[in-house]
Design a protein around this ligand. Structure first.
Ligand code: GAL
Length: 590
């Protein structure tokens, strides 16, 4: 048999034995946790890696390991992210061992290498975590540069940026050409960010403790529009832990990073699907397509550690990671299909997307639940305004012509009728999500037990200020040309954008009184406000200052008054199911 044919036959045999879509040649999907094979048949050895895209190729740089030993930085390239060509070592251990720690001689440790290109100098600049090979106490970075993307990279220096410790690290090149070094510092307690010099080879004096005292590591940074998103892990060495995702509109501002918790929402979330973040790749050729890259460490043999790559769900404005056994890039088309609607218009067709899981309100064999994108199950509703009722709609399912109907604490689709059981009050929240309230019983659409899973049941429950009662209004951009909205709101914008419009007329018969007493807001409601109430305070411009829950005790509701309230007129809204009272409140400093 000719060598080429024999090799092809062997490969077919090997690929046939692998799980569907496993890596090898002519691979067409991404299978996390599998052994990934380069086109030369070797296992890909590029851990703690990062990527750079150039001239139609993705270049994947990562730690080259021989067992546990650090043995340089390898580089692979691919046109499609599935089939990888092994280009060998981009950075080879080199030079003599020095006492000044200025070398990358054999035996030194280089972890989490990342490469960016400097447009001014034309050079490729690699930053990595450097240790002397004894332990992890030196906490330095190594900088190396090359004239060609695949290297060879030449050692420039090791250093501690701004004199600070630097362990897990990454570099991020912003769209204005500035680049930043982001690292775990202060004994891994605090994440720092340093602006790099114009040629990207040195730190400048500009740096910030961006995520103080949280003990996060494994940084991976992306940017979408003007929003920066950071993925991190906790600090448990090679063992996986729950990930963290944070967002900011100001990379260098400590106060602005908003921690959204674990981005993983499926089974295995508590270990980030047995992996630790390393990089986010912007995928070319698709709209808003970003891929989360992570390592599934084998702590007794780092060389055989595998890779976990997942598409990042972004359309809710809150990054989420679902688990996929395998996936391909066409998923990004599907993820970009439904857009956040800028406003709710009578007669338009929308889907409702859960803030908790990015999954859509659906009907699965008659059960109203959340479901993955699935045209046969997702409910596309025509929203029909109910005459004479503010913000109130009938939600008519396009597929069946039936309407969403409340029945006690459950939901169903039923033939169209005139009753309030089919009337829904759409209450827009500060972050542009909606609370969907039944006119029949004042209960709101709620994801049962706050589940983030596929097929999570959706029920009717009393209002609670929680993500489980928040639904986004989305439309199918393949079918409709509605105005779309940017789902990424900063915490500040979320507060500022809350407008109440014309306050709803109270249904309390005018019996409710409100006043300030010391540091409290005191409400004496009429009947219909027994038990828990929701209280919202607006300023004269309609901005929401406070939204809280408070119980009525012996006919009095007491809630904390926001600190620093200036003198003036305010509006307070008290709600208990369908009973509501809206009162003005004149605040004079006590
Ligand atoms: C992890 C870190 C890895 C590696 C390891 C060594 O916390 O993310 O990159 O340094 O510790 O224990």
């Amino acid at each position: 048999m000719e060598k080429g044919i024999w090799l092809a036959a062997c490969l077919t045999a090997v690929l046939g034995a692998m799980p569907a879509g496993a890596w090898g040649q002519n691979v067409k999907s991404i299978v996390s946790g599998a052994t990934w094979t380069a086109t030369d048949g070797t296992s890909i050895n590029a851990h703690g890696g990062g990527m750079l895209y150039e001239d139609g190729y993705y270049y994947w740089f990562g730690e080259h390991r021989e067992g546990m030993k650090s043995a340089g930085v390898s580089v692979y390239r691919s046109k499609d992210l599935y089939n990888w060509e092994n280009l060998g070592l981009a950075l080879t251990p080199q030079g003599e061992r020095t006492n000044t720690l200025q070398d990358i001689s054999e035996g030194r440790l280089v972890e989490r290498p990342k490469v960016i290109k400097n447009e001014k100098t034309g050079k490729y600049v690699m930053w990595g975590h450097w240790e002397d090979g004894e332990d992890y106490s030196k906490a330095r970075v190594v900088v190396a540069t090359a004239d060609k993307i695949e290297g060879p990279y030449t050692f420039v220096r090791t250093l501690r940026p701004n004199g600070q410790e630097s362990r897990d690290q990454t570099v991020f090149r912003d769209d204005d050409g500035r680049a930043y070094h982001i690292r775990s510092s202060e004994n891994n307690m605090t994440v720092h960010c340093t602006l790099l010099s114009d040629d990207y080879t040195k730190p400048t004096d500009t740096y910030e403790r961006i995520i103080p005292e949280k003990q996060y590591e494994a940084p991976a940074i992306m940017k979408i529009g003007d929003t920066y998103i950071g993925f991190f892990s906790g600090c448990t060495s090679w063992d996986p832990n729950p990930g963290h995702v944070l967002m900011t509109k100001d990379l260098m501002s400590a106060g602005d990073w908003r921690d959204l918790g674990n981005p993983c929402i499926d089974d295995g979330a508590e270990t980030t699907y047995r992996s630790q973040s390393t990089f986010v790749l912007k995928v070319e050729g698709y709209e808003d397509a970003y891929m989360f890259m992570a390592d599934r460490w084998n702590k007794s043999n780092i060389e055989t550690s595998t890779y976990v790559w997942l598409p990042i769900h972004l359309r809710t404005g809150y990054p989420m990671l679902r688990w996929y056994d395998s996936w391909d890039l066409s998923i990004f088309e599907q993820m970009a299909r439904f857009k956040r609607a800028a406003s709710l218009e009578d007669g338009n067709t929308y889907v409702l997307l859960s803030r908790l899981s990015d999954r859509m309100l659906s009907s699965d064999e008659g059960n109203i639940c959340l479901y993955n994108d699935d045209e046969g199950r997702n409910l596309q509703f025509v929203f029909e305004a109910v005459d004479g009722e503010e913000d109130t709609y009938r939600l008519k399912d396009v597929a069946t012509g039936q309407c969403l109907e409340a029945s006690g604490s459950s939901l169903r689709l039923a033939p169209e009728g005139g009753s309030t059981a089919q009337q829904w009050v759409m209450e827009r929240q500060g972050d542009k999500f909606y609370v969907v309230k039944s006119r029949l019983n004042g209960r709101v659409l709620t994801v049962k037990d706050g589940s983030t899973k596929n097929k999570a049941q959706v029920v009717l429950d009393n209002y609670a200020a929680s993500n489980k009662t928040k639904f986004g209004l989305y439309f199918d951009s393949k079918r409709f040309d509605y105005e779309e909205d940017n789902p990424f709101v900063s915490p500040k914008e979320a507060e500022d954008s809350t407008t109440v419009g014309v306050p709803a007329v109270g249904t309390d018969g005018g019996n409710t009184s409100v006043r300030c007493e010391g540091g409290s807001l005191v409400v004496k409601p009429g009947t219909g406000f027994e038990g828990m109430n929701s209280l919202t305070l607006y300023d004269a411009a309609g901005r929401c200052l406070l939204r809280t829950e408070a119980a009525s005790v012996a006919g009095v509701i007491v809630a904390g008054r926001p600190a620093g309230l200036s003198e003036g007129l305010y509006m307070i809204r008290v709600e208990n199911g369908m009973t509501k009272a809206v009162r003005t409140l004149k605040f004079i400093h006590p």
